[in-house]
Design a protein around this ligand. Structure first.
Ligand code: CA
Length: 228
């Protein structure tokens, strides 16, 4: 899941992005309305967290342009406590939810989960071999036992799982796992894949290296079990 935070206050932007990255989301930050508008036109996001009071282009205008492009990206708006009319305008323009500042990060995280759940559809569980992945709770289980995964490994697993059986390039993984301002090298991707591969072994789920091209999460062969 990739999230764009459009917020000009560096302390708020930093706090939100840290907390979401810890949760395994890939996060980009835009500090002006113009930057947010450009990022939305050129990148693909699963959620936009939009401050309404943005320099260069107001948040409401960013939202208006986004919906004019027929984008369905869920939008969570951030408003000042007394910004009732802006909040109403935002919802009228197609925002999905709002939060008034100041807010608790835990509540923001809960709303982010709810909005990304809605965009993920009605089947948040992915099952492959003995592996079950809950896209909303962001929990991976093998035979019912939770897997101990870092945020990056979780992000990697989610990206591969939603594309099981298909080739995924290293560039795609780099793009998914890094937000602006932080580098993830091809070598680091190899390390994450290596660790994740080991952790998935017992579930009969295999990440195959396609030399020079990338990786593919193989769908396990159906085991032939005698019918009792
Ligand atoms: Ca602001």
């Amino acid at each position: 899941m990739r999230i764009l935070i459009a917020e000009d206050d560096p302390i708020i932007a930093d706090g939100i992005s840290r907390s979401l990255r810890r949760g395994g989301y890939a996060v980009d930050c835009a500090h002006t309305g113009v930057d947010a508008d450009t990022a939305l036109m050129t990148g693909s996001y699963d959620l936009l967290i939009l401050d309404l009071g943005l320099p260069k282009l107001p948040g409401l205008e960013v939202l208006k342009r986004l919906r004019a492009r027929k984008s369905q990206v869920p939008v969570l708006i951030l408003t000042a406590l007394d910004g009732t009319s802006d909040r109403v305008k935002g919802l009228d323009l197609g925002a999905d939810d709002y939060m008034a500042k100041p807010f608790e990060l835990a509540e923001l995280e809960a709303r982010v989960r709810a909005l990304t759940r809605r965009s993920a559809g009605t089947t948040p569980l992915i099952e492959l071999g003995q592996l079950t992945y809950d896209q909303v709770g962001r929990v991976a289980l093998i035979n019912g036992q939770p897997l101990d995964l870092s945020a990056r490994e979780m992000g990697l697993l989610e990206f591969l799982l939603t594309r099981a059986g298909r080739l995924v390039s290293k560039d795609q993984l780099v793009d998914h796992l890094c937000g602006w301002g932080e580098e993830v090298s091809h070598n680091a991707i190899e390390v994450y894949v290596h660790r994740l591969r080991k952790k998935l072994e017992s579930g009969g789920v295999h990440i195959v290296t396609v030399r020079g091209l990338g990786y593919c999460l193989e769908k396990p062969q159906d085991e032939q079990r005698p019918q009792l």
